[in-house]
Design a protein around this ligand. Structure first.
Ligand code: IPE
Ligand code: IPE
Ligand code: MG
Length: 258
């Protein structure tokens, strides 16, 4: 059975989805997808609702996309959920988001775990509440052997802060004599980043029409293909992921060559 036929057994497709799906070469699917989930606030505002309503609906999109990624040949999907800069928002929005991370994890952990989803966090969780730290640590431990898909949540994440953290660690090792300065290579830095155990993302998606990285995986995205869509995150569904993968396959990746 081809990969496409296999996926068809698991994923129900409507006509529009099928049209895009059938054009994708599933032998060449990106292994790691990185997603900047943007536009929750604008989506809610457009309907005269508070920003928090958009965040709640955004969780449904994560749910749909993780489930789909478990059924297609994607091995890792990384969601940018809270940046170190997002603390600048109002206290009520930040506290609502913190509550949402915790309640959504509790709501979906059994289902995700049963579906073979590994849950992993990237970012500095020490700045978050003890409750959140404990809940995510438990979820990571509980799901660590799951193989279907690895879902990474970037929480209190900053690409620059991660590089600075690794730099400090390396400097400390060199200073104490446990690491030779000549062993400081790109590979070593890559390995020590939060994302060190995964391949680099081949495809980086940002929703809601903003064309920037906002401090997301600066090192890892060096050669990723960027896909920007005007769709707001709460509206992002299977069809949009298929469209992004298809577009990715039509790009010519040269990595500096000819
Ligand atoms: C993304 O949506 C969610 C987070 C950054 C937590 P936004 O909240 O940034 O929505 P907009 O950009 O204001 O519309
Ligand atoms: C990026 O979105 C961070 C997350 C999606 C968590 P923002 O909405 O915070 O980014 P800016 O402010 O538009 O750059
Ligand atoms: Mg935003």
């Amino acid at each position: 059975m081809s990969i496409e036929e296999q996926i068809r057994l698991d994923v129900e497709l409507n006509e529009a989805e099928d049209k895009v799906f059938s054009q994708i070469d599933w032998e060449n699917c990106p292994k790691h997808l990185a997603i900047i989930m943007d536009g929750n606030g604008r989506w809610a505002k457009a309907q005269g609702k508070p920003r928090t309503f958009g965040h709640k609906k955004g969780v449904d999109s994560i749910h749909a996309i993780v489930e789909l990624c478990g059924k297609i040949p994607v091995d890792y999907v990384t969601f940018y959920a809270f940046s170190t800069e997002n603390w600048k928002r109002t206290e009520s929005e930040v506290s609502m988001l913190m509550g949402l991370f915790s309640s959504s994890l509790n709501k979906y952990i059994d289902e995700l775990s049963a579906q073979g989803v590994r849950i992993n966090v990237i970012g500095d969780l020490t700045k978050m509440s003890a409750k959140i730290q404990q809940e995510f640590a438990q979820a990571s431990e509980r799901t660590k052997d799951n193989k279907k898909i690895c879902m990474n949540l970037a929480l209190n994440y900053s690409g620059r802060a991660d590089i600075a953290r690794v730099t400090k660690e390396i400097a400390t090792e060199v200073q104490s004599g446990t690491l030779d300065v000549n062993s400081v290579t790109e590979e070593l830095i890559t390995e020590k980043l939060y994302t060190g155990f995964m391949p680099e993302p081949e495809l980086m998606i940002r929703t809601s029409g903003e064309n920037r990285l906002s401090n997301f995986m600066l090192w890892e995205n060096a050669y990723s293909e960027f896909y920007f869509t005007d769709v707001h995150w709460p509206d992002f569904r299977e069809i949009h992921l298929f469209e992004s993968i298809l577009e990715f396959q039509n790009r010519h990746r040269k990595f500096g060559g000819l």
